[in-house]
Design a protein around this ligand. Structure first.
Ligand code: FAD
Length: 425
């Protein structure tokens, strides 16, 4: 493909938001060029096939809220197989080394419902509190539910999260898993688009008539620009802006830092599947929401891999300690349920794939959360219209109710493309 050298729209980043923005530009008849720092497309949607002998998503693996998710019809149109994870998975809950009783599991369901009801009530009534101040406490399962909603799902501690922003997010079922991987789906959706990979944008000049991107391969001039890099990259100054970004945009970015969620993927060494059926979710009871703990997703699609998840402060600490420490922690977590000797026999060693999104300079975390008091930051960043509306921001952090997801990134990319198209007349 001959790539345009002076496109109407320059798009920074070829993750879900950038790819959606490029497709929207094409649909609107605008020429565009996507400039991507990494050597591949997809950003935080990345499927690796090599090390586990089967597709493994380092980042997103579920298409949440399938009935409203724009990626679902696109995946179906490509003929990709999607499995309803909630319909096929068994939730295996453990208390110490034993399985929870049916009564305890019922109590867990009740605690989850109580958490949702309490958050919804406080979000409507109060100022934008830290989520930690609004969660039920003292019940047998309350800390476990809070740990799931904080570190494991939001990738941050409860005290760091805006209650209002958390309550606004519609992360719900059906949760579909593409058999080929979410990263593979996003890569397919990028086919045929004008994308340059391996070209990091160092600076964006937006004070003149158009917008100019400075890269190691020279300057790229465009009439308009959509910036889709993470708020982690924006907040760390990964791209310089000339003139500097207005105070309101900098405040919105500062209000939306990235949390961390790390995956540890093991392969079975033999036939032992730890008595877990394919797609099983393994949860354990915790004593405090801040406890370092993992949950696991077993043998998806009957494959021989088992994936652990750790989020929030524990994930950052383990990332600093390195992949061997993270793998050792995951083994300790499994040993609580199955005993160290069985875990050592059942899983290949030392061969886990440990993701490290925090160290990737072009991402710097997993996905965004809003700090307490910053529930309006997503709308502020998505609505920022610089250079007469010709410079806009998009990405998962810019969606108000699908934040942190591929779907939110996709929709925000489309919206930003439509907005710059309108500004260009
Ligand atoms: C472990 C993990 C699990 C997740 N699970 C799910 C899930 O199950 N379901 C779900 O919906 N979501 C999930 N997510 C979130 C989802 O992956 C993201 O919300 C989404 O992929 C973000 O897309 P984006 O386009 O906003 O950003 P990105 O994917 O980060 O794309 C931005 C792009 O900009 C590029 N870039 C950065 N700096 C520069 C520069 N200077 N010049 C040029 N390019 C640059 C980056 O390399 C990147 O490719 C998960 C994420 C992680 C990390």
């Amino acid at each position: 493909m001959v790539l345009p050298t002076a496109p109407e729209v320059a798009i920074v980043g070829a993750g879900a938001a950038g790819i959606a923005a490029a497709r929207e530009c094409a649909a609107l008849g605008l020429s565009c060029l996507v400039v991507e720092a990494m050597g591949r497309v997809g950003g935080r949607a990345f499927t690796e096939d090599a090390r586990l002998g089967a597709p493994f998503d380092h980042g997103a693996s579920w298409l949440h809220l399938a009935d409203a998710n724009p990626l679902v019809p696109l995946a179906r149109a490509l003929g990709l197989r999607l499995v309803d994870s909630d319909a096929v998975r068994e939730r295996r809950v453990v208390v110490g080394p034993r399985r929870a009783t049916p009564e305890e599991v019922a109590a867990l369901e009740a605690a989850m419902a109580r958490f949702d009801a309490t958050v919804a009530a406080r979000a409507a009534a109060a100022a934008d509190l830290p989520l930690a101040e609004a969660v039920p406490r003292g019940g047998f399962w309350d800390a476990t539910v809070a740990h799931r909603q904080g570190p494991l799902i939001s990738a941050a501690e409860l005290g760091e999260l805006s209650l209002r922003d958390f309550a606004a997010n519609a992360l719900g079922p059906p949760n579909l898993m593409p058999e080929a991987g979410v990263g593979a789906l996003v890569r397919r959706l990028a086919q045929g688009l004008p994308i340059r990979t391996g070209v990091p944008v160092a600076r964006i000049r937006w004070g003149g008539q158009g917008v100019v991107l400075d890269t190691p391969e020279g300057a790229l001039a465009a009439r308009a620009c959509v910036v889709t890099v993470s708020t982690g990259v924006l907040g760390a100054g990964g791209i310089a802006f000339d003139p500097p970004l207005p105070q309101a945009v900098r405040e919105a970015v500062a209000g939306l830092p990235l949390g961390l969620l790390t995956k540890v993927a093991f392969r079975a060494a033999g036939e032992d599947r730890l008595d877990l059926p394919p797609f099983a979710a393994l949860w354990r009871r915790v004593d405090s929401p801040e406890e370092a703990a993992m949950s696991f997703h077993a043998w998806p699609f009957g494959r021989d891999h088992l994936v652990g998840f750790v989020g929030g402060r524990a994930a950052w600490e383990l990332a600093r300690a390195g992949p061997a420490a993270t793998e050792a922690f995951a083994r300790e977590e499994l040993a609580r349920c199955f005993g160290a000797a069985r875990v050592a026999r059942a899983l290949r060693a030392p061969a886990a794939v440990v993701t490290d999104w925090g160290a990737n300079p072009f991402v710097r975390g997993a996905y965004s959360y809003a700090r307490p008091g910053c529930a309006g930051a997503r709308a502020a960043l998505a609505g920022a219209a610089l250079a007469g509306g010709r410079l806009r921001f998009a990405g998962e952090a810019c969606h108000t109710w699908l934040a942190g997801t591929v779907a939110g990134a996709w929709e925000s990319g489309r919206a930003a493309a439509r907005a710059v198209a309108a500004a260009l007349g």
